[in-house]
Ligand binder design. Structure first.
Ligand code: ADP
Ligand code: TPW
Length: 598
């Protein structure tokens, strides 16, 4: 007996037509996505969307199935950032939807275009709270966390719903959009010709937005009068794919620039105008600062003194007018898309009008040289067990020969130190915890980077950060993706040497310092490496990247390596009461295992 799956049967019957002259919600949704250029869906199936995923796959859309919706959502968000097209995540009702919503909210916070399509349960039961299977008012739940949220209530509105969701996600400031599709709508039949006529493809999904000429002139005059100009490039600048416009403005003026973490590589990190290695001097002394796709939020100290000069004047290039003045007065607003704005600045600048005064450049150069020397010293130090710098020195040396590698990065110390140690040379090749400083993006972002680009990916993860999406190692192996996960394993959240003096339980920051994370990937057929020296790290990583196979390198670090909360310890509230001191009872189980038998 031969069995035919739902997807095969429907695909065989001409995906756009369904059975005979009828079509249904399943087909219309897949057709609407295909019509709007969707090539990949990231998701996790169950009632009521399993057949939708099958049909999408049978119709030529790639379906990547995850172990947790948050990772599927993170993958869709990263796909949005990398491609400038909304990444699509597919989830089941209620809990699956909520699991994905965290990623959708994170995408919105990071200004990445993404659409989460979720099946939902029977409306007439949900709305009267009659206790339906996976009952939740998903549309209302999504609304506070997203750029826009819509529900399709009739099959004939599927094309409109998809068009609206995609337009909202990608136009203006990109963000996350929720599209609710009740199971009943997927199964709803309608005339195939009318169904086909109800779909449309977006024209110019993210129209250019040109700045007004007077706004450009105002910004140029401010820059022309600056003694210490600085450009800050943010991930909006990376997203905009306006690499040439940005480069020609910077190089024609000579203004020093500072890349935010995901803008690293927009121009190569060794570019002579990069002042990443003189960050605090550049921020504290700049008199005119041009923000390009970067918000003046906590990551930039809200533009406040003493991190910034109290007299600094700001120019802000952003597509979202309401972002301006959110923290500091914006003397020269430049509202528009970054490509158009940067091109207009270059075009309208008179020759020699905007330059970077030599004294300023020299001052920054001197600080860069000084800081580079202390970085070299830190990297040259070779403690055993390894600490962050010598483990990352090995990673840096391997990646120096592979600028094509996409780097994913999360953790606290693992994030801060990797950002400074690992240079990027190509645009949009670094994806990290972003505006929320969120943990859990690692494996999802890595899957998307590999799937969307086909290039090798190295995810550099703190051991705590890794755990949030660790099960996706199976996803990486199932799809045989060229992803190497590097776990910087210091056995804890921030560090792994804290003892608990109050009880036998491990302290809140403790994880297992004896863990062999490489064994996790071996369970799924990937290559595991355990590295205790920089040489072992370099050998393992080099081999893993060259193999193009799923791999994990567990790097054993000293549990005392790292500082609490990394570079942002100041954000921890301080208790007004002196710390409670209790006699230490006995070492917790993880410490006992780490110490081994007496
Ligand atoms: P970072 O964290 O790297 O400093 P942010 O995420 O804070 O960067 O800032 C990104 C900014 O870029 C957002 O304010 C967003 O509105 C803006 N943006 C995104 N895409 C574009 C674009 N194509 N043109 C102009 N601004 C953009
Ligand atoms: C969703 C809080 C910030 S950093 C971090 C946590 C739990 C992990 C730090 O340890 P790790 O790195 O990864 O081992 P390292 O190098 O410092 O040892 N939950 C979410 N997001 C955040 N940011 C946290 C918790 C946090």
């Amino acid at each position: 007996m031969t069995t035919t799956t739902f997807g095969e049967a429907l695909a065989a019957s001409d995906a756009s037509q369904g059975q005979g002259t009828l079509t249904d919600g399943f087909h219309l949704l897949v057709d609407a996505l295909k019509l709007n250029g969707v090539e990949t869906i990231y998701g996790l199936v169950g009632i009521p969307i399993t057949d939708l995923a099958r049909l999408a796959q049978a119709s030529g859309i790639r379906y990547i199935g995850f172990r947790h919706e948050q990772s599927a959502g993170n993958a869709a968000a990263a796909a949005g950032f990398l491609t400038k097209k909304p990444g699509v995540c597919l989830t089941v009702s209620a809990p699956g939807f909520l699991n994905g919503l965290v990623a959708l909210a994170n995408a919105t916070t990071n200004c990445f275009p993404m659409v989460q399509i979720s099946g939902s349960s029977e409306r007439h039961l949900v709305d009267l709270q009659r206790g339906e299977y996976e009952e939740l008012d998903q549309l209302a739940a999504a609304r506070p966390f997203v750029k826009a949220a819509y529900r399709v209530d009739r099959a004939e509105d599927i094309g409109r719903g998809v068009a609206r969701a995609f337009r909202a996600a990608v136009s203006g400031r990109p963000g996350g959009v929720y599209l609710d599709v009740p199971g009943a709508v997927l199964g709803e039949a309608m005339d195939a010709a009318a169904g086909a006529a109800s779909l449309w493809r977006l024209t110019d999904p993210a129209p250019r937005q040109l700045p007004a000429p007077e706004a450009v002139n105002r910004a140029l005059s401010l820059l022309a009068d600056a003694q210490r100009p600085l450009v800050v490039l943010g991930k909006g600048a990376a997203y905009a794919q306006a690499d040439e416009e940005i480069r020609s403005f910077l190089e024609s003026t000579g203004i020093p620039y500072l890349p935010m973490s995901m803008a690293k590589g927009l121009l190569p990190d060794d570019h002579p105008q990069s002042v990443a290695a003189a960050r605090s001097l550049a921020l504290s002394k700049a008199d005119v600062v041009m923000l390009v796709g970067a918000r003046l939020n906590w990551l930039l100290g809200h533009g406040e003194a003493p991190e910034w000069s109290p007299d600094a004047k700001f120019i802000q290039v952003d597509i979202e007018a309401s972002e301006l003045d959110s923290n500091q007065p914006i003397t020269a607003p430049l509202v528009g898309d970054i490509g158009s704005v940067m091109a207009a600045l270059t075009e309208r600048a008179r020759p020699g009008q905007v330059t970077a005064p030599a004294g300023w450049r020299d001052e920054l150069e001197a600080r860069k040289a000084r800081n580079a020397t202390s970085m070299q010293k830190r990297l040259a130090d070779d403690p055993h067990p390894m600490r962050f710098y010598n483990a990352l020195r090995a990673v840096r040396e391997v990646l120096a020969d592979r600028p094509d590698v996409y780097v994913v990065n999360e953790g606290a110390n693992a994030l801060d130190i990797t950002r400074n140690v690992i240079d990027m040379r190509l645009p949009r090749h670094r994806l990290d915890s972003g505006t929320w400083g969120v943990m859990g993006i690692g494996q999802g972002y890595a899957v998307a980077a590999a799937v969307e680009t086909g290039a090798p990916v190295v995810a550099i993860e703190g051991d705590s950060a890794f755990g949030f999406s660790g099960m996706e190692l199976e996803t990486i192996c199932r799809y045989d993706l060229p992803v190497t996960v590097v776990v910087l394993n210091n056995g804890g959240v921030y560090r792994g040497d804290e003892t608990n003096s109050a009880s036998a339980d491990p302290s809140p920051t403790r994880l297992d310092p004896t863990a062999h994370h490489e064994r996790l990937i071996e369970a799924f057929g990937g290559d595991g490496y355990h590295a205790t020296t920089p040489q072992e790290v370099a050998d393992a990583l080099g081999k893993a990247i060259a193999s193009g196979r799923p791999a994990l390198v567990d790097c054993v670090l000293d549990p005392s390596a790292g500082t609490e909360s990394g570079h942002i310890a100041r954000l921890n509230p301080k208790s007004a009461v002196p710390p409670l001191r209790q006699p230490r009872k006995r070492a917790d189980p993880a410490t006992r295992r780490a110490r081994g038998p007496k």
